[in-house]
Design a protein around this ligand. Structure first.
Ligand code: ZN
Length: 489
């Protein structure tokens, strides 16, 4: 099977024709979320980017095995080889078992991704469930001479590796440059060089997430999990590895080195990286006060948000940019995206109601081909959306009687819109449910006004009746110092 799909390979820095190792099967691995906090806007972008690729590869007829891991161990503070494990820290602060933290935020992540209409991957392995595979791979790297043990920990020997294989090829760095940029070690350090990275860390006595190994009771280094689980589920060589650009170095660079050191060959054919989302031109961060969770977007509860933004509004906003370009969040940009999204949804309904003519004024096939060209060009979703808006223009023009289309062309246009908007871009119609939401809010306003009036008359029986009836349909009413608030259970 061949396709015209071109993907930009970070490794070669150019677009390459996509040809899987073992067609019709495609193996795709994407670095998944860390699970010690609520999912935020930064989680939405890789999830949506690789969801579109997953959907499109399936549309092309490939049997895709999509693996996206859950990073629940070994992610230390500051992404370095030192500091506290972030899951363990959260568990300590909230007096929870680490797996309670992991479960809680994994569920939160799934809920947010479901609302964004992101398809679940084929396999979602946890790092903590694959310690055996990781220990075996560390042992293999040690046996092959590319790692060393030091005080119960195991480190990757970057200099040794670099003598045989170029380290830094993915990120475009060189070891010489790294040597001049890293500080001199003081001799107390466990590492031989500052840029060596941990494959296994000996656990300090207070460290609660620990497993036995030949070297110490400890835990795997962060980069190990993706190499080990990729090989476990996709084989020693597979097609696509994706993630955010912030993972290129050191995470993915380390993954390449680990695979070569353990198996003697590179694991990945195409490395794909999505760019970041900034907020009003700034990186998102807790300390900057612009850290907005997806829940806050959906509810409009963050002070930087002028209103609530629906999941499809966010999805369309992300898709309006090419995945390798930056996206800057602002209220204006999101509101503009909402208008565009609604125009598409409107056209999807209108196109089914068009009256056929005996001739066509527009070339629907050419339009459909342009849509394919756009998505084949390294998933150029903004270009695809531009073509879809041209389709919307045709739909509205025919609907208004300014243009004509034959029955066959109307059918073709309907299928093209459904294929690209619904199936590939994954935009579902929530305009209906948005109408329902407005209705519920209007009704609640009326009911609460009646309750307020009853209370003013000291008619407690009516007031209680209203509260109890609402409770029966799953709506909770609370009196706070700021007034009455209600929520669905
Ligand atoms: Zn990873």
């Amino acid at each position: 099977m061949t396709s015209d799909l071109l993907l930009h390979n970070t490794l070669t820095r150019r677009k390459e024709k996509f040809e899987p190792v073992n067609p019709p099967h495609v193996g795709m691995y994407v670095c998944g979320p860390t699970v010690y906090g609520d999912p935020h806007l930064g989680h939405a972008r890789p999830a949506i980017t690789f969801d579109v690729l997953f959907r499109y590869l399936q549309h092309l007829g490939y049997k895709v095995r999509y693996v996206r891991n859950i990073t629940d161990v070994g992610h230390l503070e500051n992404d370095a080889d030192a500091g506290e494990d972030k899951v363990a820290k959260k568990a300590r602060l909230e007096q929870l078992e680490p797996m309670e933290v992991v479960q809680h935020y994994t569920v939160r992540y799934h809920q947010a991704m479901d609302r964004l209409n992101v398809k679940r991957p084929s396999i979602e392995p946890h790092a903590s469930g694959h310690i055996i595979e990781q220990v075996a791979m560390v042992q293999q790297i040690l046996d092959n001479g590319f790692a060393y043990e030091s005080k119960g920990s195991v480190y990757f020997d970057v200099l040794k590796y670099n003598q045989q294989h170029p380290y830094g090829k993915l990120s475009g760095r060189s070891v010489e440059e790294m040597l001049s940029n890293t500080r001199e070690l003081d001799g107390q350090d466990e590492k031989r060089n500052g840029f060596d990275f941990a494959l296994w860390k000996k656990a300090q006595p207070e460290h609660i997430m620990r497993w036995p190994s030949p070297w110490s009771d400890g835990f795997p280094g962060w980069h190990m999990e993706c190499s080990a689980m990729g090989a476990r589920y996709l084989g020693e060589t597979f097609d696509i590895h994706g993630g955010g650009m912030d993972l290129v170095f050191p995470h993915h660079e380390a993954e390449i080195a680990q695979s070569v050191a353990a198996h003697g060959k590179e694991a990945v054919r195409y490395w794909l990286h999505n760019n970041m989302i900034t907020i009003n031109g700034q990186k998102m961060g807790k300390s900057l006060g612009n850290f907005i969770t997806l829940e806050e977007f959906f509810n409009g509860t963050h002070p930087k948000l002028e209103k609530a933004y629906s999941p499809m509004n966010i999805r369309f906003f992300v898709l309006q940019a090419h995945y390798r370009g930056t996206v800057d969040f602002s209220n204006e940009a999101l509101q503009a995206a909402d208008k565009g999204y609604r125009r598409l949804m409107e056209a999807l309904k209108t196109v089914t109601l068009l009256k056929p003519s005996d001739k066509s004024d527009s070339d629907v096939n050419a339009l459909k081909n342009k849509c394919y060209e756009a998505i084949n060009d390294d998933l150029n979703t903004p270009q695809l959306i531009a073509h879809l808006f041209e389709a919307v223009r045709v739909v509205n023009s025919v609907n208004d009687g300014h243009e004509k289309l034959t029955a066959d062309d109307i059918k073709n246009l309907t299928e093209t819109l459904q294929l690209f908007v619904t199936d590939i871009l994954g935009l579902s119609d929530e305009t209906q449910s948005a109408g329902d939401t407005a209705l519920v809010e209007g009704l609640m306003e009326t009911i609460l006004a009646l309750r307020k009036e009853a209370r003013a008359r000291k008619d407690w029986a009516s007031s209680d009746l209203i509260r109890d009836q609402l409770k029966a349909v799953g709506i909770q009413v609370k009196d706070t110092k700021d007034g009455v608030v209600w929520s669905r259970e």
